[in-house]
Design a protein around this ligand. Structure first.
Ligand SMILES: [Zn+2]
Length: 272
């Protein structure tokens, strides 16, 4: 088993030697961010505010336009054909999305979609334990007050299920509840239709043909995974691949990710 540092070295070498032959610089991309805070633990997928500011500044310098996932889904083939367009998505409904991410996005004139697990939202901000791959991690979550202010700013709110569970691995009635109830609660509280869902965890087991059918049946326009690669006009709108941005991404790695140098690595990963 490779440790994280060695795995990153292998990934980077692969991207430089093999991935670079398959790049599509400027292609439409869906990016996923999680925790954005200083003094974080990189292994939990967090990035610092400085890292996010650097990534947003790079996108601005490169003249990328941002769209919400909901906007992209209304005109999918045309949006995927656009050059230098990106959908930024932030998962888990964390309070630092309101405190840190929102001002940075506004400063750069960028839009984004925030995926929220509804069981973690109370009327006011609250500290809760979020189930993650390694167990559970304590976070402060946005309350409805913060989510309403994001909506007022023009940001999109999407569903991340209710209890942050592996929807694709649940019994059908429980999976149906996660998909439907989260949409119902968000729409009731925010007074806006909810167009999309991000499967919690987003990798194998997080979604399945059965959960895909449930998401469709619940009236969503689309859903996304974490199977990082370049989405295109033929992508299944209910299993859209997002590319994860994490604390290991320095500016060079972010730029290579945006060009698609890691796409092949992520495509081969399930078999690895
Ligand atoms: Zn999540």
């Amino acid at each position: 088993m490779l440790n994280t540092a060695n795995k990153l070295r292998v990934q980077d070498a692969f991207a430089r030697l093999v991935g670079r032959w398959f790049i599509h610089p400027g292609a439409f991309r869906l990016l996923t961010f999680h925790d954005v805070r200083d003094g974080h633990r990189v292994e939990e997928g967090a990035i610092t505010a400085g890292q996010l500011a650097g990534f947003l500044a790079w996108l601005q310098r490169e003249q990328y336009a941002t769209v919400t996932l909901g906007e992209a889904l209304t005109n999918w083939p045309a949006i995927t054909a656009r050059r230098k367009t990106v959908a930024l998505t932030f998962d888990d409904g964390l309070l630092n999305h309101w405190e840190t991410v929102r001002p940075l996005l506004k400063q750069h004139g960028m839009n984004a979609t925030f995926f929220v697990p509804t069981d973690f939202v109370a009327e006011r901000r609250a500290k809760r334990a979020l189930p993650v791959a390694q167990g559970a991690c304590e976070h402060w979550f946005m309350g409805w007050e913060e989510l309403r202010s994001l909506v007022q700013d023009g940001f999109e709110i999407g569903s991340h299920g209710c209890g942050h569970r592996l929807i694709g691995s649940l019994e059908t009635p429980r999976a149906r509840w996660e998909v439907r109830e989260s949409k119902r609660v968000l729409e009731e509280q925010l007074g806006r239709p909810v167009a999309c869902l991000a499967y919690p965890f987003g990798q194998r087991g997080a979604f399945s043909p059965a959960s895909r059918a449930l998401v469709f049946e619940a009236g969503y326009q689309g859903a996304c995974t974490q199977m990082g690669s370049t989405p295109n006009a033929r992508s299944d709108p209910f299993e859209l691949p997002r590319l994860d941005v994490n604390g290991h991404d320095d500016p060079g790695r972010f730029e290579r990710k945006m060009a698609g140098a890691y796409d092949l690595w992520y495509r081969l990963r399930p078999a690895a």
